[in-house]
Write a protein that binds this ligand. Structure first.
Ligand code: NAD
Length: 374
């Protein structure tokens, strides 16, 4: 069983899908590991470190030659996989809805493509969940990005020349990224408040020492759908939420938005008029910018200024912390493959629940129900 760790091809992708730690662990399972030269360079991992862990390091052709499992952070170009074993697995974040043509090409090439972002949200798969591991660090980085753009301080400071007041930070969307954003902003000394459509988050916000800002007394407020994800809210709820946000946001210095609804564009949470109500110099970070954006006027890959407010729309935020996000992503992949490792076959054998959820292609066809239904 040969596992290949490929160098990422997408522009701006700095992460890598394997580390010396996971290389050692795969070898201990009984696999051999090949790493494409330079794969870890942008995540601060030298080729020598992979070699010292027991991997062979070579060019792409040598890495792919006879490989049974190809690991990636993002999906590799189907045309660049020549030499891999017939029916090889591609295990990566494959962006199945956004990259449907590429999924079709994996099927045509006879690969078995496994989309890690389709991992079901069940307890035993928590350690395999790339969405959680990457969102966690994105939430942290979003606050640091806001602090870097903000021309004031986060904590209250009493100095001989007078007092600097604490920044007011509002987090919208309290999933994995939002919770980490709250914790990080609190550590930096901001006064933090937060909101979500899922009522269950109220207690989580308060347990982190932040103030929960919630729409009360609107029918159907419980915005939790399957798997702990949010559902689309009623028009009545949206109107009440907009009113609440309008009065709160005008008093904020920093806003971090993280709201997503699976399979739909990100909900619009902040309008241009609300941005105009904020003080000049305030900063908004839109972590949902690549899914359509929570903030009117946010631009993916740019920091734009509207009404004197900076709107930060960095792409691929996990890649901005490539060393740590790579380490966690790589462990997610190892935790997944090792959980299903069959010692006798020296290969992973998936069960139905997880296999059917994440398998996109098999036997030359697209087989994933969620993808076929979209
Ligand atoms: P997500 O990235 O899908 O969305 C981010 C947040 O935005 C969510 O909290 C969502 O409720 C919120 N949101 C959506 N629409 C909104 C709106 N209009 N206004 C305000 N907020 C809005 O969410 P996530 O980070 O993936 O986490 C969702 C939940 O799933 C969390 O409770 C998390 O703990 C849970 N989870 C469970 C597992 C597991 O059991 N394996 C793994 C990961 C996450």
């Amino acid at each position: 069983m040969k596992i290949a760790i490929l160098k990422e091809q997408a522009a701006g992708e700095r992460r890598v899908a394997g580390t010396p730690e996971t290389v050692k662990k795969f070898i201990a399972l009984g696999a051999s590991v090949a790493v494409e030269a330079g794969a870890g360079a942008t995540a601060s991992i030298a080729d020598d470190a992979y070699a010292a862990a027991g991997a062979s390091v070579g060019d792409r052709a040598a890495t792919l030659a006879g490989a049974d499992i190809l690991l990636g952070v993002q999906g590799p170009d189907p045309a660049s996989l020549g030499g891999a074993a017939p029916g090889a697995w591609i295990v990566a974040g494959l962006n199945p809805f956004g990259e449907r043509a590429r999924v079709d090409a994996y099927a045509a090439g006879g690969y078995e493509a496994l989309a890690m972002e389709f991992m079901p949200r069940i307890t035993r798969a928590q350690s395999m969940d790339i969405l959680s591991s990457q969102s966690n660090l994105s939430g942290y980085k979003a606050v640091l990005d806001a602090a870097a753009e903000y021309d004031r301080a986060f904590p209250m400071m009493m100095t001989a020349a007078g007092t600097v007041s604490a920044a007011k930070c509002f987090v919208m969307g309290v999933g994995v990224a939002g919770l980490q954003a709250i914790a990080t902003a609190r550590r930096l000394g901001a006064q933090v408040s937060a909101t979500d459509v899922r009522a269950a988050t109220k207690e989580q916000i308060e347990s982190l020492g932040a103030k929960a800002i919630f729409v009360e007394k609107v029918a159907g407020i419980e915005g939790e759908g399957t798997g702990g994800y949010a559902t689309e809210m009623s028009d009545e709820y949206k109107a009440a939420q907009a009113e609440l946000v309008s009065s709160h946001i005008a008093k904020q210095d920093i806003v971090i938005t993280t709201a997503l609804i699976p399979g739909r564009p990100a909900p619009r949470l902040i309008s241009d008029a609300q941005i105009a109500s904020m003080k000049p110099g305030s900063v908004i970070v839109d972590l949902a910018v690549e899914q359509g954006g929570n903030v009117e006027g946010a631009v993916a890959g740019e920091v734009v200024v509207r009404h004197g407010v900076k709107i930060v729309g960095h792409r691929n935020v996990p890649s901005r912390l490539a060393a740590d996000t790579s380490a966690l992503f790589s462990r997610n992949l190892y935790n997944f493959l090792s959980a299903f490792w069959d010692k006798e076959r020296n290969a992973p054998v998936l069960d139905e629940e997880i296999g059917n959820a994440i398998r996109l292609t098999q036997g030359g066809k697209v087989v994933n129900e969620r993808l076929l239904a979209s």
